[in-house]
Ligand binder design. Structure first.
Ligand code: HEC
Length: 93
């Protein structure tokens, strides 16, 4: 009985967290990257939709394009975890 309640509780907590991440990402993208990337038109950098098409199925490639110190991506303050969350969301576009 107690074990069952714990499992259900864990599943519920997981579901809530999952939904939180999914809905937080567009806002996170806007907050972290919106200064230079727009949803569907070119800004300082390419649009999220264009980047999603270019890096489809290539999360590692997208991360490298942003984080490689030898790359030409402008330096930014976003944490690696935030960058990864945004990239995961971006690749679902
Ligand atoms: C200070 C402005 C700025 C910020 C902030 C910024 N970017 Fe960029 N980004 C650019 C510019 C300019 C380019 C184009 C140069 C290049 O390809 O590296 C670019 C390129 C990229 C590329 C490679 C595109 C390609 O076609 O190769 C990716 C992926 C990317 N940005 C993702 C992000 C993500 C995700 C964030 C937020 C976590 C972010 N950027 C924040 C300016 C910015």
């Amino acid at each position: 009985m107690i074990l069952k309640a714990a499992v259900v509780g864990a599943l519920l907590a997981f579901g809530v967290l999952g939904a939180g991440v999914a809905t937080a990402s567009p806002e996170l993208a806007k907050a972290q990257c919106g200064k230079c990337h727009d949803m569907d038109k070119k800004s300082k950098g390419p649009s999220f939709k264009a980047m999603a098409a270019k890096f489809k199925g290539n999360e590692a490639g997208a991360l490298k394009a942003i984080q490689d110190p030898k790359g030409d991506h402008p330096e930014m303050k976003s944490s690696p975890a935030d960058v990864q969350t945004v990239v995961k969301w971006m690749l679902t576009l």
